[in-house]
Design a protein around this ligand. Structure first.
Ligand code: SF4
Ligand code: SF4
Length: 111
């Protein structure tokens, strides 16, 4: 009987659309709740450094006198802690992942 089950599955597979996508030809559509990468509205940041202190992986560095906010993307584990503690609510979790890299992926934002 297993042969009929397998044959049935084969026949169904011939006529249904593939479960996989032709990435990257077909762009990936992220789910709304996907934790991808941290974004900052640097114009609202007061460089208090709370996000950097609360970050469990020390991915965020804040230079208050120089007014520079930096994040090491591949160090971030997308825990969302920084977005919750920011007093100015200028950090958000965007849903696209950071592109793969063999080296450091550091982003710097200046006021
Ligand atoms: S917690 Fe918010 S306001 Fe403070 S340094 Fe971080 S991003 Fe800027
Ligand atoms: S999401 Fe978590 S790990 Fe990533 S920068 Fe914010 S606090 Fe750090």
């Amino acid at each position: 009987m297993a042969i009929f089950t397998i044959a049935g599955e084969v026949m169904k597979s011939l006529f249904r659309k593939p479960a996989t996508k032709m990435y990257p030809a077909v762009p990936r559509i992220w789910e709304r709740a996907t934790r991808g990468h941290i974004a900052i509205d640097i114009s609202a940041c007061i460089f208090c450094g709370i996000c950097g202190k609360k970050c469990p992986t020390h991915a965020i560095t804040v230079d208050r006198p120089g007014k520079v906010w930096e994040i090491e993307r591949l160090q971030c584990i997308q825990c969302n802690c920084c977005t919750e503690v920011c007093p100015k609510k200028c950090l958000t979790m965007e849903n696209a992942y950071t592109a793969p890299s063999t080296g450091s992926v550091k982003d710097s934002f200046h006021a």
